[in-house]
Design a protein around this ligand. Structure first.
Ligand code: TNX
Length: 720
C-alpha cells in the first residue's frame, strides 16, 4: 500500500501543472499542484484510517465535513506514509482523498489544509453536501518544530471553554504549542491538591479575597482556576489538535499572589507596609530557604504528573532582586558561596528546581534572564523575550531557544498608537510579524541552528478591563497577527511579499468570519479634498461613520460634502471584525493647556506632579489612597473643550488607580458639581457646558494593592 501510494504521488507531481488560481492556504504549503477533475464529497462519503492512532483526527474532520468516520472508510483516507515530523502530503483524485503524514501531527496538518480547500461554510459546520474539491496534490512540511502561542489567564481569568475555543483557532493555523502562564503576581490558576489554598484562594482577587484587585473587577471577588480534571480536558483537547500544552509556573519572581497566602516564602526582613495599608508587596521567593524547595517540590510533582509534555516552564523573568539585596540570609548565602551577583542566586534557585524536575522526568524551560547568572543545565530550553540580543545570546550559548522578542511577538502590544494595549516593546501590526526573519535581525547561521521556533504571547493585563467575558479583545489583539506568525513559523524561506500575503489574508477572513472571530481590520483610508471627505477599505468591509457630537453610527455609502472634516470619524466592520477609528488628523488632535496637580497624598521624588504637568509623564502619589483622598487638576486658564479624560493608573493599564471614586467639575474654582463615577480609575467628561477651571477626583475605597497611585495628565480634545 505504502509503495503504491508513493508511486501515485510521484506520478501526480510529475504531471502537475501550476494553476492561476491556487486555493488560499495559510500557512502557505511547500508545493501545491493542481490536476484535472474534481472530487465530490457527498454525505455517503466515509473517512477511514490505516492506523488507530489516527482515529481522533478522522472524527475531528468528520465533525467539520458533517459525514461519518469509520476505520474502513475509503473516500478520505488518513495514513502514516512519510518520514518527517509533521510532514504531510494530500492527493485528491476524482475517486478519493489520501492524506499521508510522517506522524500524527503530519496527518493533522494535512487535514487542516484539506479544510482550506473546501468552501468556507465548513468553518461554521454548515457545509452543503455535495461539495466539490479540485483535484490536486500538496506536499508540505513545517520550517520550525516549535510554533507557539502563550496565553496569560492570570492577569485576566480565561475560562476552560475560552481556552478550548482558542485552541481550535490555533490548530486551524498549524500552531502546535500552547503555553499557559498559570501563576503570576495576580493569580494562581491551577489546582494543586497538596496545597488547595493556592487555587481556591489565589484564583480570585478583589472583593473579600486577601488577593488585592488589579487591572479591573474592583468590587467583586473575581476569577477562577482550572481543576486538574479541567486541565486534563484541555490537554486532551489540544492533543487531538496536534497542540502540546506547556505549563508555566512563574518563579522565583512574579510570586506575589503566592506570597499573600504563604508569606513564609519571602525574604528575612520586615518590609514597610504602611504605604499600602498593611499589604506586603514583595513578590520573590527567598532562594536560601530549604522549606521553599519542599513546598515547590509538592507543587512541581503534581504539575509534572499532570502534564505529558517533557518541558515545564519555571519562569525566571523580572525578579525584583532588591529583595535579595536587602535580605541578610541571601547576602550571607552569597558570601558563603562566593557569589557576587544576585543573578547567581537566581541560577542557584533554577538549578535546584531543575533537580526537582529531573526527579519527575522533566526538563526546565525558562525566560532569558535566567541564564544571566551562569550556565544552566544543557537541556534547558530558553524563551527569549527581552530582545534580539538576548535570543542570540541564548542560541550562541547552545540553549535550544524559542524566539519571541516583545517587539515582534507580543500581541498584547498596541497595533497603532491610539489603540489599546501595551507599548513598552513596540507598536506594530501584522506586517512587522510577517517581515521577521532571523537573518534579517542579525542571527548568524550557527545561532539560527539552535532556534526551535517562534512563539507569540498574549499577556492579559489590559484584557481585564475590556469585557473579558467575551473573546473580542483577545481576537482583536491576536488576529491577523497570528496569521503572520503561522506563516513565518511554517514557510521555509526568508522571502517576503507583504502585499501578496495581505491579499491572501483578506480571502482567509471569510473563514474567520464563519467562526465569529473578531479580528482587527486595517483602518479605512480617509481623505479630504475640495470639500469632500471620503473613506475607503480594500478588505470588503463596510464603513461606518460618526459625526461629533452625535454618538450614533451611520453606514457610509458615498463621499461626504463638508467644510468640517474633523468632526467625522470612520470605522470598518465585517462580521465580528472591526478596525480602529480613522479620520483626518485634526479629529484626533489633543491640546495641552498649562495646569497644576494638587493632592491630599502628596507626590514622590522621581515621579513628581511637576513632571506630569509637562504632559509627557506619569506622577505617583507618596502612598496608596484612602477613602476621601483626592487629586485635583487646576488649569491656569479655564479650558473649553469637547472632551476631557482624567485618569489614575498607568497610561495603558488600570493599575495603581483609585479603585473607586467620583469626579467633580468646577467652572469657577470655588464651587464643584459632581459629574460621575470613575470606571477603572478613569472618567471622560463629554461636552462640558462651560470652560473647565478644575477637575477633582475623590477616592471612595481604601488601598489598591500597591504603594502609590499613578496620576496621568488629563487628555483634552479641543472644540472642533
Ligand atoms: C513583561 S514577558 C512580562 C510580563 C508582562 C508583559 C506585558 C515577561 C517574561 N514578563 O510579566 O505581562 O511584559 O507585556
Amino acid at each position: 500500500m505504502k509503495l503504491r501510494l508513493l508511486t501515485l504521488i510521484t506520478l501526480l507531481f510529475a504531471i502537475c501543472a501550476v494553476t492561476a488560481q491556487e486555493p488560499t492556504i495559510i500557512p502557505t504549503p511547500r508545493q501545491y499542484c493542481s490536476n484535472d477533475g474534481k472530487f465530490t464529497l457527498n454525505k455517503d462519503c466515509r473517512i477511514g484510517w490505516t492506523n488507530d492512532k489516527l482515529e481522533p483526527i478522522a472524527h475531528y474532520l468528520a465533525d467539520y465535513l458533517q459525514i461519518e468516520a469509520e476505520a474502513e472508510g475509503t473516500d478520505i483516507i488518513l495514513c502514516h506514509l512519510l518520514e518527517g515530523a509533521e510532514e504531510y502530503s494530500i492527493t485528491i483524485s476524482e475517486h478519493n482523498i489520501y492524506i499521508g503524514g510522517g506522524d500524527y501531527g503530519g496527518v493533522f496538518n494535512g487535514v487542516v489544509t484539506l479544510l482550506q480547500l473546501l468552501p468556507d461554510e465548513v468553518y461554521s459546520h454548515s457545509l452543503q453536501l455535495p461539495a466539490t474539491i479540485e483535484c490536486c496534490t500538496i506536499d508540505d512540511a513545517p520550517r520550525y518544530p516549535h510554533r507557539g502561542f502563550m496565553l496569560d489567564p492570570c492577569r485576566t481569568w480565561i475560562t476552560k471553554e475560552a481556552i478550548m475555543d482558542y485552541i481550535d483557532l490555533l490548530a486551524l493555523h498549524k500552531i502546535n504549542n500552547l503555553r499557559l502562564h498559570l501563576t503570576d503576581d495576580e493569580a494562581w490558576r491551577l489546582e494543586i491538591k497538596s496545597h488547595p489554598e493556592l487555587a481556591e484562594v489565589g484564583g480570585f482577587r478583589g472583593g473579600d479575597s486577601p488577593i488585592w484587585p488589579r487591572y479591573g473587577k474592583w468590587n467583586e471577588r473575581w476569577g477562577g482556576y482550572y481543576t486538574q480534571d479541567d486541565m486534563r480536558e484541555i490537554i486532551a483537547y489540544a492533543a487531538v489538535r496536534n497542540i502540546e500544552v506547556i505549563p508555566e509556573i512563574d518563579l522565583p519572581g512574579h510570586s506575589l499572589c503566592m506570597a499573600t497566602m504563604h508569606p513564609e516564602i519571602l525574604c528575612n526582613y520586615e518590609p514597610n507596609k504602611s504605604r499600602a495599608f498593611g499589604y506586603d508587596t514583595r513578590s520573590a521567593f527567598c532562594p536560601t530557604k530549604e522549606s521553599n524547595y519542599e513546598l515547590l517540590e509538592d507543587i512541581i510533582k503534581e504539575v509534572c504528573e499532570l502534564f505529558p509534555t517533557s518541558y515545564i516552564h519555571i519562569g525566571g523573568d523580572e525578579v525584583d532582586m532588591s529583595q535579595w539585596r536587602r535580605c541578610p540570609d541571601c547576602q550571607a548565602f552569597m558570601h558563603k558561596n562566593g557569589m557576587t551577583e544576585e543573578s547567581e542566586l537566581q541560577r542557584y534557585f533554577m538549578s535546584r528546581l531543575t533537580e526537582i524536575l529531573a526527579k519527575y522526568g522533566k526538563q526546565p524551560a525558562v525566560w532569558n534572564e535566567a541564564i544571566e547568572g551562569g550556565k544552566l543545565a544543557d537541556d534547558t530550553r530558553v524563551y527569549g523575550w527581552e530582545g534580539i540580543k538576548e535570543c542570540r545570546t541564548s542560541a550562541r550559548e547552545g540553549y535550544s531557544t524559542v524566539v519571541m522578542p516583545g517587539q515582534y511577538f507580543y500581541f498584547d502590544m498596541k497595533q497603532t498608537p491610539r489603540e489599546p494595549g501595551h507599548d513598552w516593546a513596540a507598536i506594530f501590526d501584522y506586517t512587522k510579524v510577517y517581515n521577521f526573519t532571523l537573518a534579517g535581525v542579525g542571527f548568524t547561521e550557527e545561532e539560527s541552528k539552535n532556534v526551535l521556533g517562534f512563539e507569540a504571547s498574549f499577556f492579559s493585563e489590559a484584557y481585564a478591563s475590556r469585557n473579558p467575558e467575551s473573546a473580542r479583545y483577545l481576537h482583536y489583539m491576536t488576529f491577523p497577527r497570528l496569521l503572520a506568525l503561522a506563516e513565518i513559523c511554517w514557510v521555509n524561506s526568508d522571502e517576503r511579499d507583504v502585499d501578496a500575503f495581505y491579499t491572501k489574508m483578506v480571502r482567509h477572513y471569510d473563514r474567520l468570519d464563519r467562526m465569529g472571530v473578531a479580528y482587527r481590520l486595517m483602518p479605512p483610508k480617509v481623505e479630504f479634498a475640495n470639500g469632500t471627505l471620503s473613506a475607503t477599505t480594500d478588505d470588503f468591509s463596510d464603513i461606518y461613520y460618526r459625526r461629533e457630537p452625535m454618538t450614533t453610527e451611520m453606514l457610509y455609502t458615498e463621499p461626504i460634502a463638508t467644510d468640517r472634516p474633523a468632526e467625522y470619524s470612520f470605522v470598518a466592520r465585517r462580521g465580528e471584525a472591526m478596525s480602529p477609528e480613522a479620520g483626518v488628523a485634526a479629529h484626533f488632535k489633543t491640546v495641552t493647556p498649562p495646569f497644576t496637580i494638587t493632592s491630599s497624598m502628596g507626590d514622590r521624588e522621581n515621579f513628581s506632579f511637576e513632571k506630569a504637568q509637562g504632559y509627557g509623564r506619569l506622577a505617583r502619589t507618596s502612598r496608596a489612597a484612602d477613602v476621601g483622598d483626592w487629586v485635583e487638576f487646576t488649569f491656569d486658564t479655564s479650558v473649553r473643550c469637547r472632551r476631557m479624560k482624567v485618569a489614575t493608573g498607568n497610561f495603558q493599564l488600570p493599575r495603581f488607580i483609585f479603585e473607586n471614586g467620583y469626579v467633580e467639575l468646577s467652572y469657577d474654582g470655588r464651587t464643584y458639581e459632581r459629574v460621575g463615577e470613575l470606571e477603572c480609575g478613569m472618567f471622560f467628561i463629554e461636552y462640558p457646558s462651560r470652560p473647565i477651571k478644575s477637575v477633582r477626583i475623590t477616592c471612595t475605597s481604601q488601598g489598591n494593592g500597591a504603594e502609590w497611585v499613578s496620576v496621568q495628565p488629563p487628555t483634552i480634545w479641543p472644540m472642533l
